[in-house]
Design a protein. Structure first.
Length: 199
């Protein structure tokens, strides 16, 4: 008879399983990873992961939700940087880049993977929405300060698309190491100039 697991036992095993899954998903692609491989990676029986997750999609959603939450958390912390709206925006951009390049496996799984049934995982939807809010929060401050004019949501999406594109190019070797940062600065500056309030 299996032993009764405490909440901390469950949380600890789920975290270990998600860490192993993140690495295997990033190395081989989610479609190439099986529940049996995940169990083997942790040295447990093939049925053990099913005590914690319904299936591989459930694990993938948990890995991605965790990534989005950590991503949002570092940007929220950056937004608390003392200073004006520009200083906060720069801090958020730096935090974005630091997260992406320090956690490339998580970043790729978060953004470059489509789960058709994403809506079936409320924690993932909530975490992804939290990350999206952080990408427009600092823009709202820039609009309120009169640095930019326009809809903060739309501007945030434009800046996010530019940032993600440059980060993605560097992660796959299409930009040299460190090449994303100056490109993002140039794109952000160009977008900002184009969105200055009309005199």
């Amino acid at each position: 008879m299996p032993r009764v697991l405490s909440e901390s036992d469950v949380a600890e095993f789920r975290e270990r399983l998600c860490d192993a899954a993140q690495r295997l998903f990033a190395e081989k692609g989610p479609e190439a990873v099986t529940m049996r491989q995940l169990a083997s990676e942790l040295g447990v029986s093939p049925m053990t992961p099913y005590r914690y997750f319904k299936d591989k999609d459930d694990i993938l959603a948990a890995v991605r939700a965790n990534g989005f939450d950590r991503f949002a958390q570092v940007m929220e912390k950056a937004y608390e940087t003392p200073g004006d709206a520009r200083a906060k925006g720069l801090a958020v951009r730096e935090a974005y880049l630091a997260f992406a390049f320090e956690n490339p496996q998580a970043y790729k799984l978060m953004f470059d993977l489509n789960q058709p049934n994403e809506a079936d995982y409320p924690a993932l939807v909530e975490a992804a929405q939290r990350a999206r809010v952080t990408m427009s929060q600092y823009v709202r401050g820039l609009v309120e300060a009169g640095v930019m004019a326009g809809d903060p949501e739309q501007i945030g999406l434009m800046l996010w698309a530019a940032t993600h594109g440059a980060v993605g190019l560097e992660l796959v070797g299409k930009l040299p190491p460190g090449g994303a940062k100056p490109l993002i600065a140039a794109m952000s500056s160009a977008i900002s100039r184009g969105l200055r309030p009309q005199a």
